[in-house]
Design a protein around this ligand. Structure first.
Ligand code: G3I
Length: 475
């Protein structure tokens, strides 16, 4: 398949999988007389992508880039979109390295997975030392800012990464984010949906491959709960880092199909398999066959290109050796892609998901609507301004409280919600009421605002967000 036909097929894949309103579309399958000769082309023929994690600093390595451009039709920045990379200082965002990868991928007709918006690890120092409502607010702001910056360019976001603990019990992982409240994951998903309604929103984790493991069941139960309650989630990422301690399980296909049956896509997001020779090749073959057997397993990403690029280089877990030569694992992977069954249209969903947006991202406003004054009140007292991120079924509101000519020792903001709307969650405030007239008062640490100064709180809800100017009462 030449590059232009590869791009046409990939465009069909992307349009069939990226927009939620398109989720019911039957994936176009292009039949060719001869077997495809690259991973990406073969996957595209099955209505899927085959990608790799890419490091920005390797984009000057011609062998690396040559393999990337030839073989893959999807890219995940390995580290460049993580929180420490994109918000190194609070409120100061840095996209240079991630942009290089995104621009390279898009120029090559590849789709991009975003990794990751909220994670206990690789937090910048300022975030590591935060807690409570300040951290919750900072996390949501990070999700909103980064997802908004990349709106329209990301096929799927790992919104939350690795939030469950290993071992028995299926508990959440203890972290500063978890300690902000058990609802931090769904809050992150709602903020991501508001910021980029066209991206698929994934929960991503490792050691969730074996269907019998408690961690797998715990993630499954969370996704089922999210789907039941309308929390916006579109996909589950199985990292699938396989080695002797966490081997490829014989029930892997059951895990993939069980998640898919919840009404989410499944993506194999960080595949690597330690080993060598025929054993390694056969395991890659099995993983690919399992994905192709599940219609909603929509793509596979290997976590690096050459063995020497891997975070586990000594385990030689990838498809190309250190010189860029194809390994036996490459051959078996390509054979499995070429041999796999085509996507079965009858197993695609017949009705669009109800939790997604009803409009494509291009129709979203480029700047969120605001309600309320943009300047401080001329006298004493306070004013409030609401910035709204609205999507089909809900909204996130960020409210800025600004003091007038006198300092505040406390404040209450009154918001009128339209009929049918309800507040489901709030941060940096105490809410009274959840529908109709709702008031939001300061919490302990943000009641004091200097003259002319400002503080922010937020809330999210179902239905249509407020459009009337909020009131602000100083105390
Ligand atoms: O860039 C610096 C370099 O300047 C410095 O000299 C060097 C010294 O240690 O560190 C370099 O940064 C390293 C970075 O990778 C880039 O190579 C970090 O120390 C190192 O911690 C970081 O490791 C990454 C790891 O996530 C961190 O958690 C790996 O590359 C990356 O492959 C790995 O990816 C994770 C996924 O995000 C989530 N799932 C598991 C997966 C594997 O751990």
């Amino acid at each position: 398949m030449n590059r232009s036909s590869r791009r046409r097929v990939l465009a069909a894949v992307f349009s069939a999988t990226a927009g939620l309103t398109m989720a019911a579309a039957v994936i176009t399958v292009t039949h060719t007389a001869q077997a495809a000769t690259t991973l990406g082309a073969s996957a595209a023929e099955k209505g899927r992508y085959f990608g790799a994690a890419v490091a920005n600093y390797k984009l000057t390595d011609t062998t690396y880039v040559g393999i990337l451009n030839r073989e893959f039709n999807q890219v995940t920045p390995e580290n460049e979109m993580k929180i420490d990379a994109t918000e190194p200082q609070q409120g100061v965002f840095s996209y240079t390295n991630a942009d290089r990868i995104v621009n390279h991928a898009r120029a090559q007709g590849m789709i991009v997975r975003g990794h990751t918006l909220a994670w206990h690890s690789q937090q910048p120092g300022w975030m590591q030392s935060m807690s409570g409502t300040a951290l919750r607010s900072a996390m949501l702001n990070h999700v909103t800012q980064v997802a908004t910056y990349y709106r329209g360019k990301i096929h799927s976001w790992d919104v939350v990464n690795e939030a469950f603990a290993d071992g028995n019990g299926g508990a959440r992982r203890d972290s500063n984010l978890q300690r902000t409240g058990n609802d931090w994951i769904e809050a992150a998903f709602r903020a991501a949906r508001a910021a980029d309604p066209g991206a698929k929103l994934c929960y991503n984790d490792y050691n969730t491959d074996n269907w019998t493991w408690d961690k797998t069941q715990a993630v499954y139960n969370m996704v089922r709960d999210f789907k039941t309650r309308g929390v916006p989630i579109d996909c589950v990422g199985l990292q699938s880092h396989f080695n002797s301690g966490s081997p490829y399980p014989s029930n892997y296909r059951t895990t993939l199909s069980s998640f898919a049956a919840l009404g989410v896509d499944v993506q194999i997001t960080e595949l690597d398999i330690e080993g060598s020779g025929t054993t390694q090749a056969n395991t890659y073959r099995s993983v690919v066959a399992d994905c192709l057997a599940v219609a909603r397993c929509t793509g596979i990403t290997v976590w690096g290109i050459r063995d020497t690029d891997s975070w586990r280089a000594s385990g030689t877990p990838l498809l190309f050796d250190g010189s860029g030569n194809k390994k036996a694992a490459y051959t078996s992977t390509l054979e499995a892609l070429n041999a796999g069954g085509t996507t079965n249209p009858t197993t695609q969903p017949t009705t669009p998901p109800t939790t997604g947006p009803t409009t494509p991202p291009t129709t979203q406003p480029t700047t969120p609507p605001t309600t309320g004054p943009t300047t401080p009140p001329s006298g004493a007292g306070c004013s409030a301004r609401v910035t709204l991120n609205q999507w089909g079924g809900g909204f996130v509101a960020t409210v800025r409280v600004t003091a007038g000519s006198a300092p505040l020792s406390g404040w209450t903001v009154g918001v009128t919600l339209p009929s049918g709307a309800a507040v489901t969650n709030s941060w940096n405030t105490t809410a009274t009421g959840s529908s109709g007239s709702v008031s939001f008062s300061n919490v302990g640490y943000n009641g004091s605002v200097a003259a002319g100064g400002a503080t922010e709180f937020g809330f999210q809800g179902t239905g249509v967000g407020p459009s009337a100017t909020p009131t602000c009462t100083a105390r």
